[in-house]
Design a protein around this ligand. Sequence first.
Ligand SMILES: [Fe+2]
Length: 456
Amino acid sequence: MSDVSFAREARTLGPLTLVPFAHPQGCRGYLLADRSSRSAMAVDAHLDLVEDMAGRVGAEGWTLMYVVDTHTHADHPSGAGRLAARCGGTRVAHRKAGHAGVTLNPEHGGRLALGGSEVTVYHAPGHTPDHIVLVAEGALLSGDTLLIGGVARTDFLGGDAGQLFDSIGALLAELPAETLLFPAHDYQGRDSSTLGNEKRSNPWLAISERSEFVAKLTANPPPRPANMDDLLRLNREGVEIPASIAAAEAVRLVEAGGAASVIDVRTGAEFEAEHVPGSRHVPLDQVESHADQVRAAAAPRLVLCRTGNRAAQARLILDKLHVGGLSVVAGGLEAYVAAGGKTAKGKTRVSLERQVRIAAGSLVVAGVLLGVFVHAAFLALAGLVGAGLVFAGVTDWCGLGLLLARMPWNRAKSGAGAPAAGGTCAATPPAACAAGAPPPAACAAGLPPGKKPGGG
Ligand SMILES: [Fe+2]
C-alpha cells in the first residue's frame, strides 16, 4: 500500500466502521464495513481513490461485497469498475443509471446486507433521476442530494429541482435530527454534519415553498463540468481510460472543444518553443511534487512529451501517487503535430535532445584530448560517456538528459510548473461541481444572485 492516502479519520457507527476518503477536487468516497463479519461496501469511489480504497480493504482484511455509485457522476471519473475488478464486489446503482457492469439495482427501500447489518437504499431523484442515498446505523450517505450547507445542482442529466425538494423533504421527515450526514462533495474540508445542523444552518432548507426552491435553484446555472461528455461515456459505458492513445485521437479529444486535459512534461524551454494551447506544464522532474496539480486537471488527462518516453515515465510516477485517468500520447508532440494538431509557438531554444548530443560529444572530445595530452586516465571519461549512451539507448533512460533538464536555461521563464497559453496548474475551481451554498447570513435576506448550489 502506498503512503499516499486520502483517507480521513474512521468513524464508528454502531457495528459499522465508516472510512471517508477526500479527493483534493472535493469529491468524497466512503468505505463502510461491518466489523464482526468484515464485510464492506465502497460508495462513490473516484478513479483516483481506487488504489487507496483497495489498499485499505486489503489492510483491514475486509471482503468488499458492494461497490456503489449513488448516481451518474458528471464531474469526475468513477472508479467503481476498477475497484470491483481489483477487490471483487457487486456493482450497485439505480436501474435508471444503466451503467455497464452494474448487476444490482435496488429499488426504494431495498436493503444491502453487510454481515449482520443492513444498509437501506432510498431513491432520491432530483440531482439526477438515478440518484440513491444510503442509510445505516444513524448515518446518511447522501451522495449529491444534500450537501453540508448546500444542495446539489439539477441543471443537467435530467435533474429536477422540484424532485430534489421533495427528496430532501422526505429524508428530513423520516430520519431523526441526529442523523450524521456524509455527502459526496465538500470543498471546505468538512467530514460530516447532522440533519439537525443542516435544518438550522443550511439556507436551502430554510426555503419552505417548493416553487421558490425551484426558482432559486434553477436561476443562472453554473457552467457544466469540464469534459462532461467524455466523463459520462466513461462512467456509463465503463470504458477504461487507456494507458496510451494515438496522437490522432488526442487531437480529436483536445480540439473537439477542450474535452481533455493535456499535461506537458517537457522542459520549460521546449514548452516555450511549442506547446498545445491550453496545456498544463509540469516538467518531468517536478511531476511528483506537482501531483496534486495534475490530479486537479479534468480527466481524461493526456500526458505529452516530445516523443512519448518522458510521458510514460511521468505516468508511472503519477500512477504510484494514485493519479488515475492518465493516457500517454503515443509519439508525443511530434506525432500530435503530424496528426494535424494545432500548437502555439514561441521562442525556440536548443532542444534537450540536441543538448544531450552536444554535452556527450563535448565530454568525449575533452576526455580524448586530456587523455592524449595530460594523462591516459582521462580516456576513461570518453569510455564512460560511451557506456552511458549505450545504456540510455538500451533502457531509454538518459541520466544526462534528466540532469540537463534541471538546468536553469531549460526552465520556463514563468517558473516551475507554470501555466502558459491558457493552461493552469492551479486546482480546478469547484464552480462546476458542488460549490456549497450561500453563507447562513444570506439565508435571512434570501439567496444572493450568483450563489449557486452544486453537485457534479
Ligand atoms: Fe453529482
